[in-house]
Design a protein around this ligand. Structure first.
Ligand code: ZN
Length: 249
């Protein structure tokens, strides 16, 4: 993967978080020729399945499937992501190096403490990266836009992104994590949705079923097949309200 200036950098706590929460958007943007990348804070080593090396290979395979041009792991200890200055600066260094126009962070409503820490660290890192006098390598730089990916605890979204065309590829990217979700290489898309192997998220529910249900539900809200939900903290400025998509009635 080439070191490069990015259009979009997604930051998350564990390998596979990015695929599950914003894989559709990243695939869509890569297909439009945007330079997209991922920064994982930990190797997810506290997870029940898979070794570090396996997860690293899987993350690289998933990056390839999503068309990312950059992926890095900061190697912070899994389940011990602390909201501290050291971690903020580690992330800020990558922001300066990759100069993303937009950053995707986890939404602030979270169950897992690492996800919440990542939300807070990521925002602060974007800010600190722009300070001229801070003791940090690289040129001062601040992303223009930060959007927050839904981790499904929150139920309000600023906007939905249609990922109907990208959903199958998103599922393939998640399925690269074989140590977590089983080997589904010989399965069709439909079979993966029905017969994923491990019940990590909810008893009796595979990750594929869970993604399908959630992304399909969000799609139904907007009149498309599949969608991902995102939030922003600022207001969205619209030039012509008559051209807003999604029917009101
Ligand atoms: Zn996670």
């Amino acid at each position: 993967m080439a070191d490069t200036k990015l259009d979009i950098l997604a930051i998350a706590a564990h390998p596979d978080d990015i695929e599950i929460t914003s894989g559709g958007l990243l695939i869509k943007m890569a297909r439009r020729g945007r330079q997209t990348g991922a920064l994982d804070l930990t190797r997810g080593e506290m997870g029940t399945y898979g070794s570090d090396a396996e997860r690293e290979r899987e993350a690289a395979a998933a990056a390839e499937i999503m068309g990312l041009v950059f992926r890095r792991n900061l190697g912070i200890k899994d389940s011990a992501v602390e909201y501290n200055r050291e971690n903020k600066l580690k992330i800020a260094r990558v922001i300066r190096e990759t100069q993303p126009e937009m950053v995707i962070l986890p939404h602030g409503q979270q169950r897992h403490p690492d996800h919440l820490a990542c939300h807070r660290l990521g925002f602060d890192a974007c800010f600190l990266a722009g300070l001229k006098k801070i003791d940090l390598d690289g040129e001062p730089y601040r992303p223009r836009k930060i959007i927050y990916a839904s981790y499904y605890r929150n139920s309000e979204y600023s906007f939905l992104v249609d990922i109907s065309e990208e959903f199958e590829q998103k599922v393939r990217a998640v399925s690269a994590y074989k140590s977590q979700f089983g080997n589904n290489d010989d399965k069709t898309f439909q079979e993966m949705l029905e017969n994923g192997q491990k019940n990590i998220f909810h008893p009796g529910t595979t990750i594929y079923d869970s993604m399908h249900t959630r992304n399909h539900y969000l799609g139904l809200l907007a009149g498309v097949r599949y969608a991902e939900g995102y939030s922003v903290k600022e207001n969205i400025l619209i030039d012509d309200p008559q051209k807003m998509p999604v029917r009101s009635i």
